[in-house]
Write a protein of this length. Structure first.
Length: 134
């Protein structure tokens, strides 16, 4: 329920069967992003700091997190969305609606979301030699 709620906002970008919308978003990592993100390809300033939404499938196995690996744990990622976001010029509007800035999630909500994200791990897929890198 929480994943699909307006409090957590996860489903907007991670709501498809693949848990990604394959779009580009600025998630408020830096006020003046040092990495141009999507802007490096488009040349549009409105794309500065935007990165493609990753899938959440097997997310518990893909640390470190964010495009630059700045977070080591899923808990750190959620803490960013609760209290670490900055109002960057291209911040995704769905993340910027909460006042003060940050998703209104309790410690229990965050723990519940981490538990849910861990259920998205497919051990059979991860162990299958047919899907390993050559």
């Amino acid at each position: 329920r929480l994943f699909f709620s307006e409090e957590a906002e996860c489903f907007h970008c991670h709501g498809s069967i693949l848990f990604t919308d394959n779009r580009y978003h600025d998630t408020g990592l830096d006020f003046s992003p040092p990495d141009p993100g999507r802007m490096a390809q488009t040349g549009n300033e409105s794309d500065r700091g935007k990165f493609r939404t990753p899938t959440l499938r097997n997310v518990a196995e893909t640390a470190p997190y964010m495009h630059d690996g700045r977070f080591a744990t899923l808990e750190e990622v959620l803490e960013h969305y609760v209290s670490g976001m900055v109002r960057s010029p291209n911040l995704d509007p769905l993340l910027g609606v909460h006042q003060p800035l940050g998703l209104p999630l309790s410690a229990q909500d965050q723990a519940d979301l981490v538990a849910f994200l861990k259920t998205l791990t497919d051990d059979e897929f991860l162990q299958n030699p047919d899907f390993r890198a050559p």
